[in-house]
Ligand binder design. Structure first.
Ligand code: HDE
Length: 758
């Protein structure tokens, strides 16, 4: 009897909580209630979704999980099992020969668990390894069937589900978000006629003109192979060595050294298809097309010092921003714009539209808005969706076609190929996030991890035994029979068209289209990157390249490096370069956006003795404007206000440093102000906000902190600072209105010329 009861009892019965009994029969309070994963916005902690920026919960059904539903798993109320579905009794202890003995080989539960764990990682993407993604939909404004038969544009109001992944290029999977880099902007449309992937970047041109150079470019920019440094940065010798020998990269370098490469948010950057594509209608008539994504909140970037500090303060800055906006119901939106032109028009352009280092100025071909993309649902599982999604430029649908851009032509090969090693075989299209909504029927069979159970004995075509199915779609399927001018057959050559040899005119176009502040940032970025370069000859060669762009640019960079401007690099063509007028659309300032203060983060600095009434007024006004206010104080806990009331502190100065906020309000109150003025972190906070050109509002006594931090009351020339308000509590209302306006707009960079001690 004694023996039997011992067998029924767990070992270590006296320590059930420590050794597994508790897990077997959960006690009240030890389990988490599980609600629907989508309907629940997490509310824990500073980093979670904020109900302050919207409804707090993405409405269900706006973008249903659709075909992912069948694979979504939810373990709530379920018992633990092995991968074979066998219930697991004890998940804490391996099976041993005696309590102090060796582990039994037959412990299949332990072995399965460890084996699976050992194989959890897959190779990261060779480029664009670091990324974040979301689900949503594209809605067409109009019926575009006159120019394309592509399904998403078939009718006004038609919605097509999308999955969008944003990324940096050079950094590894765990690298920081706000590094200086190009951003990937990849959109998978699950159309009625199969998946269309528009795999673009946030910059409309590229470094190189031919796919042949891509592995060299990537080897040059990624970590140097001997010591694997630097992480996620182009500021090193091999990158600048390579690009200084590739003058075709000049135009792209201008963009990469601009504020485009340090976006404030994925939500505030443009996207571009980069290459010239074709749109084809049902009659087979084709036009050329360039794709643009324009963010509804406008184009906003960080400043370099801020971006560099955010790398430490919150390496997930962009990932968190995207996630929180969606959880809060403030859905990110972009308009899709098309530049449409004919082959005949293209022939009259002073550049070759097949050259991906050139853009089509909007003055030459205007951008027409044809629809809007809304991202409204975060992935349930990062690995299953964001990591396993496979974008591929070869994924086009009837109505879309390629051009002969030699960079695009190479990409058509590379993306499918890379998935085979990254995702472990040719059946990656069956991974749920990659599977089209359109039905798939063909005679491709077998391979690693095949999911589909094909029925019947016919796996070939033509066949009669299967009734001839699946049958060819003919003109209803994908065709490339658009009417083209008949071309004479040509010999095979390795080479480039003559217009590809002109490398500097559009780099100059970009430069002359920037505001003075943007130009200054470009000069500073070149100076920073080239200062990190150890080989003087590389710096000289790069300067000789920039000498072809603009004298002010190259003088500024050379001066910053303590170098003389060398003679300009000889151009690769004798043809006179085309002349471009400045293009306003190329400045970030062209797009302030339409969402105002919404989702902008505002720190309200306060200490004990704060005036609670004005603090609450500011807080409520910001909330009402859709901004995200936070009470920031030297440490967590509660503030005792001047009137004795208590105010919750939401985050401390050390956990929520200045760079994480778009603006700051310094609260009123004599004691509060003097406590903050004596606090080095608080002084640092307002100095950084000032230096990064963000709006500052100091109320009443709060002005003391600005004085203690040495913040000038006016700009250097004595004129009023347009983003600084120092007001008495009585003047709060009008100051607050202006402050909120500034919060939604672009920064005022006039301050940047001022020196303030840090
Ligand atoms: Fe990519 N690129 N690329 N690229 N690219 C990849 O595909 C490649 C280029 C872009 O979020 C890889 O699945 C070649 C231009 C994005 O998953 C790989 C060439 C543009 C993403 C690859 C280029 C891009 C990638 C790595 C020159 C802007 C991330 C993993 C011929 C228009 C997609 C993968 C995501 C990813 C190859 C040039 C954008 C190896 C060969 C130009 C947004 O296939």
């Amino acid at each position: 009897g004694g023996q039997q009861s011992a067998a029924a009892m767990p070992f270590n019965a006296s320590k059930a909580g420590e050794h597994g009994e508790a897990a077997r029969t959960p006690q009240a309070g030890q389990t988490c209630p599980v609600a629907h994963p989508v309907a629940t916005a997490s509310t824990a902690g500073e980093t979670s979704a904020s109900d302050k920026t919207g409804s707090g919960v993405p409405p269900l059904g706006v973008c249903p999980a659709g075909h992912l539903d069948r694979v979504r798993a939810d373990a709530s109320e379920q018992r633990l099992t092995t991968n074979q579905g066998v219930p697991v009794a004890d998940n804490q202890n391996s099976l041993k020969v005696g309590l102090r003995g060796p582990t039994a080989m037959e412990d299949f539960i332990l072995r399965e668990k460890l084996t699976h764990f050992d194989h959890e990682r897959i190779p990261e993407r060779v480029v664009h390894a670091r990324g974040s993604a979301a689900h949503g939909y594209f809605e067409s404004y109009q019926d575009l069937s006159a120019i394309t038969r592509a399904a998403p544009f078939a009718a006004a109001g038609k919605r097509t589900p999308v999955f969008v992944r944003f990324s940096t290029v050079a950094g590894e999977r765990g690298s920081a978000d706000t590094v200086r880099d190009v951003r990937g902007f990849a959109v998978k449309f699950y159309t009625d006629e199969g998946n269309w992937d528009l795999v673009g970047n946030n910059i409309p041109v590229f470094f190189i003109q031919d796919a042949m150079k891509f592995p060299d470019l990537v080897h040059a920019v990624k970590v140097e192979p001997h010591h694997a440094m630097p992480q996620a940065s182009s500021a090193h010798d091999t990158f600048w060595d390579f690009v200084s020998l590739m003058p075709e990269s000049t135009h792209m370098l201008m963009w990469q050294m601009s504020d485009r490469a340090i976006p404030r948010s994925y939500r505030t950057m443009q996207g571009f298809g980069v290459h010239t594509f074709r749109l084809v209608n049902a009659q087979g008539e084709a036009v050329f097309c360039k794709f643009h994504w324009n963010p509804v909140p406008g184009t906003h970037s960080l400043v370099w010092d801020e971006a560099a500090k955010i790398v430490g303060a919150d390496p997930d800055f962009h990932r968190r921003d995207l996630w929180e906006a969606i959880e809060a119901g403030a859905f990110p939106e972009w308009e899709l714009g098309l530049q449409i032109f004919t082959e005949e028009q293209a022939e009259s352009f002073p550049f070759d539209v097949l050259d991906p280092t050139k853009l089509v100025p909007e003055e030459l071909v205007p951008v027409q808005a044809v629809g809007k993309m809304t991202l409204n649902r975060n992935p349930d599982n990062f690995f299953a969706e964001t990591e396993q999604v496979a974008f591929c430029t070869a994924h086009i649908v009837p109505g879309i076609d390629f051009s002969n851009d030699p960079l695009l032509q190479g990409r058509i090969h590379s993306y499918l190929d890379t998935q085979i090693s990254r995702l472990g075989g040719a059946n990656f299209h069956e991974i749920p996030v990659n599977a089209p909504l359109a039905p798939v029927h063909n005679n491709q069979r077998d391979g690693m991890h095949r999911q589909t159970v094909h029925r019947g004995r016919v796996a070939y075509e033509p066949n009669s035994l299967g009734g001839g199915c699946p049958f060819q779609a003919g003109m209803a399927g994908f065709t490339t029979t658009f009417r083209q001018q008949p071309q004479p057959p040509e010999d095979k050559v390795r080479g480039k068209p003559e217009l590809f040899a002109e490398h500097f005119a559009q780099a100059r176009l970009f430069w002359i289209s920037q505001s003075p502040a943007e130009q200054a940032h470009i000069v500073n970025a070149f100076r920073f990157e080239l200062s990190r370069v150890q080989t003087p000859a590389v710096r000289v060669r790069l300067l000789s390249m920039l000498a072809n762009v603009d004298p002010i640019l190259v003088d500024g960079v050379a001066q910053g490096l303590g170098m003389e401007v060398p003679p300009a690099m000889p151009p690769a063509t004798d043809a006179p370069p085309p002349h471009y007028e400045p293009s306003a659309a190329l400045s970030l300032l062209a797009r302030p956006g339409a969402t105002g203060a919404k989702t902008r983060k505002v720190a309200i600095l306060a200490g004990h003795g704060v005036e609670s009434d004005s603090l609450k007024t500011v807080y409520a006004a910001l909330l009402a404007a859709g901004a995200v206010p936070r009470v920031v104080a030297p440490q967590l806990g509660q503030l005792t206000a001047a009137d004795g009331s208590r105010i919750d502190i939401e985050i401390s100065l050390e956990a929520g440093p200045a760079v994480l906020y778009d603006a700051v309000v310094v609260a009123d109150g004599a004691t509060s102000a003097s406590l903050l003025a004596a606090d080095a972190d608080a002084r640092d906070f307002v100095r950084q906000q000032y230096r990064h050109c963000k709006p500052l509002l100091a109320l009443g006594d709060g002005q003391q902190l600005l004085a203690a931090a040495g913040i000038p009351a006016t700009l250097a020339d004595g004129s009023p600072d347009p983003a600084l308000w120092q007001v008495s509590a009585g003047a709060l209302d009008s100051a607050l209105t202006e402050f909120q306006q500034a919060l939604g707009g672009h920064r005022d960079f006039q301050r940047e010329t001022d020196a303030i001690p840090l």
